[in-house]
Design a binder for this molecule. Structure first.
Ligand code: ATP
Length: 584
């Protein structure tokens, strides 16, 4: 497929407002791409050449390098490009205009194909080490010199992660279903295959080449991370019990890092919540799994908790994050040792067990985990009594846990990959004060500090994630909960993310002093969710206006384990707002 066709489609999709129309337009291109190129179109459209877990280098071209590329390809000074970027807020538009003006050989050169764009971008991503910046710039300049202005626009936007089509993962799945089966009905099957394989390109290829039955046959495979199941939240034990179906396995909620462990013989891979391979950061965990997990092949999940080497007591999550930032891992395994608390099994010796009910999975887990100083099962108890649930919750808090998770145990209590459903419900201490739960927000902008806060960011602007439009609408300004240390840490972490102009994925009515790439996720507590004239989150869905968090305060917890797209979603906020109003 010619890349110009894809670029034209992007342009039409961008200027179309309805999500159904956008999906239909994308479906047309996917169909044209057909079996051989559909995965490449998906990759370019997602701005990700490969899923994170494959460990391939990332594309991520910083704004500064993009400016160099455009300047060099159009033979104008970098300053001029930067000024234009400031004015337009879109490096793609700058490239389009400048390349349109420059004398180019495009009239004489061959059309560039989707495959060629993909290959060049892959080479750009692979260039690492000394001198790699130069290589990246020259590869991109080379590609631009063969491109028409509209192609240059979308190549630049793709490499900087700014495609702004307004289509999220679910929209992509809809488009695939329409393209290869004729309507959206197959979406649920595609979603399931995506949740189990964590690879949209793979699902697309399978569908286009082998059809829907092959997609329905996708199952858990050792070595491929499964998108993790998440928990809903409620604060009333009676309501929790009713929602899970009258009886529950009530487990302690440990304050650590979630791990999905894949074992095949002595090959062990650990995946984080963001589906990154983190085995090299946890050599001790690899060792414990190798020694104490009695299965040739399995996929299991558990919480990894930091332990005080002196007292053996559990330490908070931040300790683990501190450990992950250090380079001397061997030393850190002694300074911050860990214990594992397993709570689920998804695959065992050739069998995908995600469709078994919770207690059957738990009994498999009990057989394969050998208890040791560092390997345990989560503490849990089956009950149908809300008062007992509350008592377990109190004991959990007394013994240093975050709260409890009540898990459904009825016949349909499967492991629901990639979803946050009522099968797991968490109850945490924080729910007793103010907002029924903390939220995880993405920092998108900041306002300069004054007085004591001169030189640091005094107030930050934070967003939720809108899955439907793949954007980050703001929900609050936060200026509370900052110690001097935190202010310094925020500055250190945010400075590398500074942008010349607002990231187009960030939706805001406010004009921040500084804008950031939406990457850093933090935990925030608030008093309640209110309808707001200033914040756009949920404005489309709610009619009354956008949603905002009232009296937000930073808890001090950086959620390095979360990808920005795993932050609290607009749909989550609407849920919380309705719970607060007593609707659900
Ligand atoms: P939170 O901030 O409350 O951890 P979250 O959005 O990060 O919320 P959820 O998926 O909603 O995560 O809550 C479940 C998380 O709790 C899991 O991801 C896991 O890391 C952790 N956890 C601790 N103990 C358990 C347990 N016994 N069973 C399942 N998950 C547990």
């Amino acid at each position: 497929m010619e890349y110009s066709r894809l670029a034209q489609a992007y342009e039409t999709i961008e200027s179309t407002s309805g999500s159904i129309d956008k999906t239909t337009l994308l479906a047309e291109v996917l169909k044209e791409a057909g079996p051989s190129e559909v995965d490449k179109v998906i990759a370019l459209t997602m701005g990700k050449l490969f899923p994170d877990w494959k460990g391939e280098p990332e594309l991520g071209i910083a704004e500064k390098m993009a400016v160099q590329v455009v300047a060099s390809a159009s033979s104008v000074p970098e300053k001029q490009v930067r000024d234009m970027l400031h004015k337009y807020g879109d490096i793609g538009a700058v490239a389009e205009e400048l390349l349109g003006k420059s004398v180019q050989s495009t009239l004489f050169s061959d059309e560039i194909t989707v495959e060629r764009v993909f290959d060049v971008l892959y080479s750009v991503a692979k260039a690492t080490g000394q001198g790699s910046s130069k290589t990246k710039v020259s590869l991109l300049v080379g590609l631009l010199s063969e491109s028409q202005p509209i192609e240059a626009k979308y190549i630049l936007r793709t490499v900087t992660g700014d495609l702004r089509l307004g289509i999220g993962n679910m929209g992509l799945l809809d488009a695939l279903a329409i393209a290869f089966t004729g309507d959206k009905e197959a979406r649920a099957d595609l979603e399931r295959a995506f949740n189990l394989s964590s690879d949209l390109g793979y699902v697309a290829r399978l569908l286009a080449n082998e059809g829907l039955d092959a997609v329905r046959n996708v199952h858990v495979e050792v070595g491929r991370p499964i998108r993790m199941m998440a928990a809903k939240k409620l604060s009333n034990p009676q309501e929790i019990m009713t929602k899970v179906g009258g009886r529950a396995l009530v487990e302690y909620k440990y304050d650590g890092e979630r791990m999905q462990v894949h074992k095949r013989g002595e090959e062990i891979a650990i995946f984080s919540r963001r589906q990154e391979r983190i085995s090299s950061q946890y050599p001790d965990v690899v060792e414990y799994v190798s020694k104490f997990v009695r299965a040739d092949e399995c996929v299991i999940e558990g919480e990894c908790v930091a332990i005080d080497p002196g007292t053996g007591e559990m330490r908070p999550f931040q300790e683990l994050m501190r450990r992950r930032r250090k380079t001397d891992i061997k030393e850190m395994t002694k300074e911050v040792p860990v214990s594992l608390f397993f709570f689920d099994v998804l695959y065992i010796d050739g069998r995908d067990v995600t469709n078994l009910p919770m207690l059957e999975r738990r009994s498999i887990l009990e057989k394969i985990i050998e208890r040791s100083q560092h390997t345990h099962l989560t503490t849990g108890e089956v009950t149908d009594d809300p008062e007992r649930l509350e008592a377990i919750f109190m004991t959990a808090l007394d013994t240093g846990h975050e709260g409890v998770i009540a898990k459904a145990i009825h016949k349909d209590s499967i492991y629901q990959a990639g979803s946050r459903s009522w099968l797991w419900i968490k109850l945490k201490a924080s729910y007793t004060e103010g907002l029924s739960d903390s939220v995880d927000l993405v920092i998108v902008g900041a306002f300069h500090g004054r007085g004591k806060r001169t030189g640091v960011y005094g107030t930050i602007l934070a967003s939720a994630y809108d899955e439907d439009t793949d954007t980050f609408p703001t929900v609050c300004k936060i200026g509370t909960g900052f110690t001097d240390e935190i202010l310094d840490e925020l500055k250190r972490r945010l400075d590398p993310l500074v942008l010349e102009t607002r990231d187009p994925k960030v939706i805001s009515d406010l004009e921040a002093d500084v804008w950031f790439e939406p990457k850093l996720v933090i935990e925030v507590l608030g008093d309640e969710i209110t309808v707001s004239p200033t914040h756009p989150a949920g404005r489309e869905q709610m009619r009354e206006g956008g949603l905002a968090i009232r009296f937000p305060r930073f808890t001090g917890r950086f959620r390095d384990d979360k990808d920005p797209r795993q932050a609290t979603t607009v749909a989550d906020l609407i849920d919380l707002f309705e719970q607060q109003r007593g609707i659900s």
